[in-house]
Write a protein that binds this ligand. Structure first.
Ligand SMILES: *Cc1c(COP(=O)(O)O)cnc(C)c1O
Length: 393
């Protein structure tokens, strides 16, 4: 059997539509989009078409889309940019404990610069309570940043409710929608967001390209100083192939969101049910309904997540433990700790993230292989041995 790739929350394969849209940009259409000659004007035209496509997919205006180098840059720009542009008004930021590190580490850095940050807790499913957001607001609050969907456990947050609260208090609302775009419908107006981050490589576009949506009138400082690109707000020669590839992938993903979503939810739920019924002492992390269509995250007690991943890899199955950014470190995931898992349970967690490239046969193969691997690992675990002996007493 071919390799099975179930790590689509870390990155996805480039779709043929994105690739064929990009290839000419590496050939004849290599121009600098800011040059005034014909070659440059051609590149500019292609770039602006990509911008319109991205805007349409979000219900935004083209002039509100700024191309960046990815989700991390968009998050950094949105948060640092809003913090510094509104410093005279206040110095308090509200976010959650389960944000991506691109948000959390940015906020932690801002704390060192004199800003105050509230990291809201989440419930056992990873949901942020909008009432907690409202209760945390002070007359110093200048920014709320809450993610649309969590990259580890797939929980979908009540963004439009939080948007209403932000609007009522006239506070800028940023949303990291990197995992949501292309997976669930995104609309900047009905969500009530002022800024929104997205990244090409999470929905079958290329790596190293993303966008930040900035609602007209939102006060945000420039992040990259230099030339006059992106209306003078984000310097550096435009990444035309990246933008074009991302736009093509985004259009395809958004156009097939319903069809793909239903297929993915069916595969996801079969995988979840199959794991929970075949493997004793396993549990689902995240919410069963407010959940990304492709996200499976389970904790399997008395196994080590890393050991599980290595065995799965040997069987040709690519998954992840916690998030890709934390694998390699021994700290358990901040998300799993925030939903209340004890350290030892958090350590034995497995994320399998599906995309439209996955098949029912692959789900069957994982369900065939995984219980066996777990059994073998538990057979070597002194902790499991103690536990089973305790049970027999
Ligand atoms: C992947 C991811 C990012 C970072 O995006 P890059 O384009 O890889 O920098 C940020 N936030 C979330 C929720 C993500 O899943």
């Amino acid at each position: 059997m071919d390799r099975i790739y179930m790590d689509n929350a870390a990155t996805t394969a480039i779709c043929p539509e994105a690739l064929s849209a990009m290839l000419p940009c590496f050939g004849d259409h290599f121009g600098n989009a800011s040059s005034i000659h014909g070659t440059g004007r051609d590149a500019r035209k292609t770039l602006e078409e990509a911008r319109r496509t991205v805007a349409e997919c979000l219900g935004a205006k083209a002039q509100e889309i700024y191309f960046t180098s990815g989700g991390t840059e968009s998050d950094n720009w949105a948060i640092k940019g809003a913090a510094y542009a509104n410093r005279k008004k206040g110095s308090h930021i509200i976010t959650s404990q389960i944000e991506h590190h691109a948000v959390l580490h940015t906020c932690e850095w801002l704390e060192k610069q004199g800003f105050r940050v509230t990291y809201l807790p989440v419930d056992e499913y990873g949901l942020v309570n909008p009432r907690d957001v409202e209760a945390a607001i002070t007359d110093q609050t200048i920014l709320i940043s809450i993610m649309a969907a969590n990259n580890e456990i797939g929980t979908i947050e009540p963004i439009s409710e939080i948007g209403k609260i932000a609007k009522a208090h006239k506070i800028i609302f940023h949303c990291d929608a990197v995992q949501a775009v292309g997976a669930i419908p995104v609309d900047v107006d009905s969500w009530g967001v002022d800024m929104l981050s997205l990244s090409g490589h999470k929905f079958h576009g290329p790596k190293g390209i993303g966008a930040l949506y900035i609602r007209t009138g939102t006060k945000v400082d420039i992040f990259l100083h230099g030339g006059a690109q992106e209306r003078g707000r984000r310097a550096s020669t435009e990444n035309v192939p990246g933008a074009v590839g991302m736009a093509a992938a985004m259009k395809k993903a958004v156009d097939s969101i319903e069809e793909n979503g239903m297929r993915l939810i069916a595969m996801r739920d079969r995988l979840i049910q199959g794991i929970l019924s075949r493997i004793p002492y396993s549990r689902l992390n995240g919410h069963s309904l407010y959940r990304l269509p492709g996200n499976v995250n389970v904790s399997i007690q008395y196994v080590e997540g890393e050991a599980l991943l290595l065995r799965l890899d040997l069987a040709g199955i690519a998954g992840s433990s916690g998030s890709a950014c934390t694998s390699g470190s021994l700290d358990p995931s901040h998300v799993l700790l925030a939903i209340g898992l004890p350290h030892e349970v958090a350590h034995g967690s497995l994320r399998l993230s599906l995309s439209d490239g996955n098949t029912e046969e692959e789900v069957d193969e994982v369900l065939r292989v995984l219980p066996d691997i777990v059994e073998k690992l538990r057979a070597m675990s002194p902790m499991y041995d103690d536990f089973i002996r305790g049970q027999r007493k």
